[in-house]
Design a protein around this ligand. Structure first.
Ligand code: GLN
Length: 447
């Protein structure tokens, strides 16, 4: 009830939610109370949690921030939602996002932009900006986001919360509306590291409905929450700390490195030489996969359909012209071009090769260290509208987060300081595949 009151009080300014399920949430909360009275125990019993609107919720509208799915009500729950409910969670609502998760500011939502709760004139980051803002503004206790190129970590950093992108295959993508299937991963966005560990334990694990989910045993991630970094090697990639970088980001992250050293970790300089090509490779691979995934929105099967058309082709054309926003169209065009005959080798194949080089960079780096530490975003949260007309500038907000997705490794964003203007700054930690425990262990030393 207090979360719903808080939503009523602040969401008219923050605009974190596309849909608030007040009635259903109160009903579920009452059931949780009754279950508790009967002696039931469950890890999230009665916890009000929000869900990014790209994750299917049975009977609750799931829009992906798009006009195309404005009235789409899924007939089933995503596996992560099923698991949350089984753990006793109460779904409070669906959070705003960049259309089909394409963006870094939540300004690409077809409905409205979300504000950063720390400064309403700034963006909350994106594409999971609604989730990050909702957690930061106490409009839920935790949220689930999705991360294809930084969409959990970058908004977490801008809103001063914890955001974890798990290893590719750790969490089922069944019921996550696909953006770029080889990069997408669902993860927790929480107030602290303990909550991230708890949520990750609940949502992780093999799912027969997602052929890329991995049958690796799921530990209780809370076992990693102990302050002891003795013997741990923290890799600091020289390519991520460059002359000309934002001074406030640099000093906040460097201070965090000093804290880790004080806790007993050893800092080692490493190199990730191909990271400089990560943005270029990502903006071929992600749009290529998106152009294929988004072919399903044709006005026939489900979702928006244009009112007037003459034949099947005009139905497709009008539906897609009217239903998709500018950024989504840009990606479909880029991706279709990169995959077309004659260009495939020059663009898609080349980007895939760069991806392999990035994977190898990380392999070499993790032979020298246990965890890698970098900034999350090049600057603190920028002003609304600042990058809206300049897609390239917007894409560059992802420089530090994208390599993680290309390599499929886990990454976490944790608050590590503030700018002079009082805006949160995040530290990113990355670990080898399925070593989320290490991320949580190092992150916990900051609490
Ligand atoms: N900002 C990146 C993009 O626009 C990443 C988005 C994401 O992780 N979903 O593609």
């Amino acid at each position: 009830r207090s979360v719903l009151e808080r939503i009523e009080a602040v969401d008219p300014q923050v605009k974190a939610y596309i849909t608030v399920c007040a009635e259903e949430a109160l009903g579920a909360a009452r059931q949780a109370d009754e279950a508790r009275a009967r002696g039931k125990e469950a890890p999230l019993l009665g916890c009000p949690i929000s869900i990014k609107d790209v994750i299917c919720t049975q009977g609750i509208r799931t829009t992906c921030g798009s006009k195309m799915l404005e009235n789409f009500i899924p007939p089933y729950d995503a596996t992560v939602v099923e698991r949350l409910k089984a753990a006793g969670a109460v779904i409070v609502g669906k959070t705003n996002m960049d259309e089909f998760a394409m963006g870094s500011s939540t300004e690409n939502s077809a409905f409205f932009p979300t504000a950063n709760p720390w400064d309403l004139s700034r963006i909350p980051g994106g594409s999971s900006g609604g989730s990050a803002a909702a957690v930061a503004a106490d409009e839920c206790l935790a949220s689930l986001g999705s991360d294809t190129g930084g969409s959990i970590r970058q908004p977490a950093s801008h809103c001063g919360i914890v955001g974890l992108k798990p290893t590719y295959g750790r969490v089922s993508r069944f019921g996550l509306v696909a953006f770029a299937s080889s990069l997408d991963q669902i993860g927790p966005m929480t107030k602290d590291v303990t909550d991230a560990a708890l949520l990750l334990s609940v949502i992780s694990g093999y799912d027969a409905k997602d052929s890329t989910s991995v049958a690796e045993p799921v530990p209780d991630y809370r076992q990693f929450l102990k302050v002891d970094l003795k013997g741990l090697k923290i890799g600091v990639p020289r390519e991520y700390f460059i002359p000309g970088m934002d001074q406030e980001v640099e000093s906040a992250v460097k201070e965090a490195l000093i804290i880790m050293e004080k806790e007993g970790a050893e800092l080692v300089e490493i190199s990730l030489p191909h990271s400089q090509y990560a943005v270029a490779a990502y903006y071929i691979i992600a749009p290529a996969e998106a152009s294929s995934n988004l072919a399903r929105y044709d006005g026939v099967k489900y979702g928006f359909r244009a009112q007037e058309y003459t034949d099947l082709l005009s139905l497709y054309k009008k539906t897609r012209s009217e239903g998709f926003g500018a950024e989504v169209k840009r990606r479909i065009m880029l991706g279709t071009y990169a995959l077309s005959a004659g260009y495939y080798d020059a663009f898609y194949l080349k980007a895939s090769r760069v991806r392999t080089l990035i994977v190898e960079d990380f392999k070499k780096a993790f032979a020298l260290c246990d965890v890698i530490a970098t900034p999350v975003a090049p600057t603190p949260a920028f002003a609304r509208g600042e990058k809206l007309d300049d897609p390239l500038q917007m894409y560059l907000s992802d420089v530090f987060t994208i390599a993680t997705n290309l390599a499929g490794i886990p990454g976490i964003s944790i608050p590590c300081g503030f700018s002079k203007e009082g805006l949160p700054i995040g530290l990113q930690l990355m670990a080898p595949h399925f070593e989320e425990g290490r991320l949580l262990q190092v992150a916990y030393s900051f609490e």
